[in-house]
Design a protein around this ligand. Structure first.
Ligand code: ZN
Ligand code: ZN
Length: 358
């Protein structure tokens, strides 16, 4: 049993882009993937979104990095092979894989279609319990349970980011009941998550106010994404004008920021839902919650069933992410720009046309 290298541990050759250390710099790697098992779907990767968590992960900012790391969990492509027991898809079908590729299938959470909260959930890359490699690669293989079937005529490139960014905002909008026509919901941050949240909420008939530190995003929030109004979070007078007006808020911001001014925007019984992950703890005093029976909650992606529902809802309402399509060779520059938030919404890598063996 000699030592196993990424290139030889499995029988099927694969090509990807990997980070080798905490510099996070990505470069080509020859690795390997398992053979197509009875319940597995193998697909050629065509596009992969660049999630902010890819950046945190490759640079070990969450202190759990395993190298070499091949990131990517917004993966779409075309099926090339299916196992004998696969029912969901056939060769030639368009499919996607998001943030998860495994779970126990027997706990309460799995039984409730909330695999994302299964204690044995397996992440698409950099999993803590086993070696997994993500979508910055020429192909993927995954159990069919974790395969999302792609709606007919729905764009692969603009749709890819919804496999993480989309479900991350869609699931809490549904779970916390912020999906009723006529409600007023705030969206904090107009980045990769926020602009998709605005589109979902508008499709549901909800009145949307974007709350952002960047006044220059107002025009696009309203005219491009259809938000009803815009508050600059650093402008006291503007924030004051929104006090007590919102049924809920989806807070997508990953940078450190105060919650109390957001809680003030809620009506009584209002819900502030956190989907971003700042590394520093929030400051959360009790009284702003007590006065008005307000609630602060969290949410992590969504289950596979709900992800399928989300992608079909998106297709039906023509909702895609605003993307900047990049060749794989551009990924390190893209990561630098992402670190500076110098990106309009979402990078998507054109894997199918640009990832080639040297
Ligand atoms: Zn993600
Ligand atoms: Zn489970």
């Amino acid at each position: 049993m000699g030592s196993k290298s990424p290139e030889t541990e499995h029988p099927v050759k694969a090509l990807g882009y990997a980070a080798r250390d905490t510099s996070g710099v990505l470069s080509p790697i020859n690795f390997s993937r398992r053979e197509t098992g009875d319940e597995d779907v193998r697909f050629k990767v065509l596009y992969c979104g660049v999630c902010h968590s890819d950046l945190h992960s490759v640079r070990n900012e969450w202190h759990n990095a395993k190298y070499p790391m091949i990131p990517g969990h917004e993966i779409v492509g075309v099926v090339t092979e299916v196992g004998s027991k696969v029912k969901k898809v056939k060769v030639g079908d368009k499919v996607g894989v998001g943030c998860m590729v495994g779970c126990c299938h027997s706990c309460d959470q799995c039984g409730a279609d909330q695999e994302q909260y299964c204690p044995k959930m397996v992440q698409t890359y950099n999993d803590s319990s086993m070696v997994t490699y993500g979508g910055y690669s020429d192909h993927m293989v995954a159990n069919e349970h974790f395969i999302v079937t792609w709606p007919k005529d729905y764009p692969l490139d603009g749709g890819a980011p919804l496999l993480c960014a989309g479900i991350t905002v869609y699931s809490p909008i549904r779970y916390y009941g912020l999906d009723k026509p006529g409600m007023h919901v705030g969206v904090v941050g107009l980045g990769g998550l926020g602009h998709v949240a605005v589109k979902f909420l508008k499709a549901l008939g909800v009145k949307v106010t974007v709350i952002s530190t960047s006044p220059e995003k107002k025009e696009e929030a309203i005219n491009t994404f259809g938000a009803d109004s815009f508050l600059v979070s650093r402008d006291q007078a503007q924030m004051q004008s929104g006090v007590g007006s919102m049924d809920g808020i989806i807070d997508t911001v990953s940078a450190d920021h105060p919650l109390v001014p957001l809680i003030a925007l809620l009506k009584p019984n209002g819900k502030l839902v956190l989907v971003g992950g700042p590394t520093k703890p929030y400051e959360l005093p009790a009284f702003p919650l007590l006065f008005g029976r307000k609630m602060v909650g969290g949410s992590l992606i969504g289950g596979i069933k709900e992800t399928q529902e989300m992608i079909e809802f998106a297709a039906k309402h023509n909702i895609t992410a605003a993307i900047e399509l990049i060749p794989i060779e551009y990924i390190n520059t893209a990561m630098e720009r992402l670190a500076k938030t110098d990106v309009r919404y979402r990078f998507v890598i054109d894997i199918g046309n640009t990832l080639k063996a040297a």
